[in-house]
Write a protein that binds this ligand. Structure first.
Ligand code: MN
Length: 442
């Protein structure tokens, strides 16, 4: 990243309380950002590792047009990683003292310092099922964290342990390969380990190590690993916490994790992940984009792209571009998109001449190619996202809207074409020169 000019360094002494999060929020272009001097800590912090599509593609050694296939292939053909005995993460093994780790306080209304970039792995009591997922962790004291468990896979493993009146052993790994973060954000069926998905993405070059004091496995190349037990009996108040929508998620009683052992590289780097930032949105959104792409491809012959847009929190809004073959394709695409990503609230289908990553072009397409009377779908009382503050809080019900902003095939196409100006060599040269002048002046 350094060689590609994608990294910047902050040498000023900055605090993990609000200062690092503020800098991450307001720095433009989301470069990889190293905080070299963290007030009160002798540990460096790095942020924005996966904050652009380009960097995620570089990490996976692929290109944007092949990214969905890489994700879908890994989900379809997961491969078990090898287990190694030694790794640099075992350079220091010590008693837990969470205050030695620069855990960030991000937003002013957050309940406290939160670990946001960790992947948490656990196995079922009989050892046959493994799960890896991302969860926010609130620091309670030197040895305890509160973990937000939505009723998905880790919750299910924890419930299984709870039935046997046992705590659930977990490995909490921070500073892992982008493929591991991305795989942990995918939702393969229960029973498929996300480590196997990551290993497939990494072309079988991924390795795990066994924890020292708990029955759990962590990436061998992690920067720091917290070994813990999710209590079957102890709960603590968790939240408020500003989550992906940039609004505060409510306070609830959630299980407590007791940290029993810590290992880290001697000179480890703590990975920061800004809630609601581009990295959070991309990691959560990309696997859903791949799922939508897959589902829409089954009903429409030619899908060009899918964007779970930043403004839609990478979760609630999709823009899909297709090469329309028959009238009605766009509506089928909308239905497939809603079916494949249950949290999706608003979806827009455009023609392939529209850049789905440019909100102005998408809006232009709605302005010039959309007629609500014919092109709008409204689905009332559907299940939506619990993260959407406008959804009905008691029932979780929401209204979904589909917008078909493609040109109708029945009218002559010229009517909807983007007007172009021919660009001569001379004009291109003048534009290029002016671009430099303008970049300097503004
Ligand atoms: Mn899972």
């Amino acid at each position: 990243m350094e060689d590609l000019g994608e990294a910047v360094h902050v040498w000023d002494r900055v605090s993990p309380n609000f200062e690092i999060s503020a800098i991450m929020k307001f720095i433009p272009q989301s470069p990889v950002i190293f905080f070299e001097n963290v007030d009160g800590y002798n540990v460096r912090v790095v942020g924005n590792i996966c904050a652009t599509r380009r960097r995620i593609c570089l990490a996976l050694e692929t290109t944007p047009d092949k990214l969905y296939d890489v994700i879908l292939d890994a989900m379809r053909q997961p491969k078990q990683p090898k287990i190694v005995d030694d790794s640099p993460v075992k350079e220091v093994i010590e008693e837990p003292r969470l205050s030695k780790i620069p855990i960030l306080k991000h937003f002013e209304g957050d309940a406290g310092p939160y670990i946001t970039s960790a992947i948490i792995s656990a196995r079922s009591p009989d050892g046959t099922i493994e799960n890896v997922s991302v969860h926010r962790l609130l620091m309670l004291d030197e040895k305890r964290l509160a973990i937000r468990l939505v009723p998905r896979h880790l919750f299910r493993l924890w419930s299984m342990a709870k039935e046997c009146k046992r705590d659930l052993d977990v490995a909490i790994a921070i500073g892992v390969h982008p493929a591991v973060l991305l795989a942990a954000s995918c939702s393969p069926p229960f029973g498929v380990s996300e480590y196997n998905v990551a290993n497939k993405m990494l072309k079988d070059n991924f390795a795990l190590i066994k924890c020292e004091k708990v029955e759990a496995y962590a990436p061998a190349e992690s920067e720091i690993i917290l070994e813990g037990k999710i209590s079957h009996s102890e709960e603590a108040l968790e939240g408020p916490f500003a989550d992906i929508t940039g609004t505060y998620d409510a306070q609830r009683f959630q299980p407590v994790v007791e940290v029993v052992n810590v290992m880290h590289r001697e000179d480890y780097i703590y990975q920061a992940l800004l809630p609601a930032g581009p990295e959070h949105i991309l990691l959560m959104g990309l696997p859903r984009e791949a799922a939508i792409y897959d589902a829409v491809s089954r009903v429409v012959p030619s899908v060009k792209g899918v964007n779970l847009s930043i403004g839609g929190c990478g979760w609630l809004h999709a823009v899909i571009s297709i090469n329309k073959q028959t009238d009605g394709d766009a509506k089928n695409a909308l239905l497939a998109a809603f079916a494949s990503h249950p949290s999706l609230k608003h979806a827009i289908v455009v023609d392939s001449d529209i850049d789905i990553f440019n909100p102005v072009e998408v809006e232009w397409s709605i302005a010039t190619r959309f007629q609500a009377e014919e092109d709008l779908i409204i689905i009332r009382n559907a299940r939506g996202s619990t993260l959407d503050p406008s959804a009905d809080m008691e029932t979780g019900l929401t209204t979904k809207v589909g917008v078909d902003a493609t040109c109708p095939l029945k009218v002559q196409k010229g009517k909807f074409e983007k007007a172009k100006i021919p660009i001569t060599e001379k004009a291109a040269k003048v534009i290029e020169n002016l671009r430099h002048v303008c970049a300097k002046n503004f």
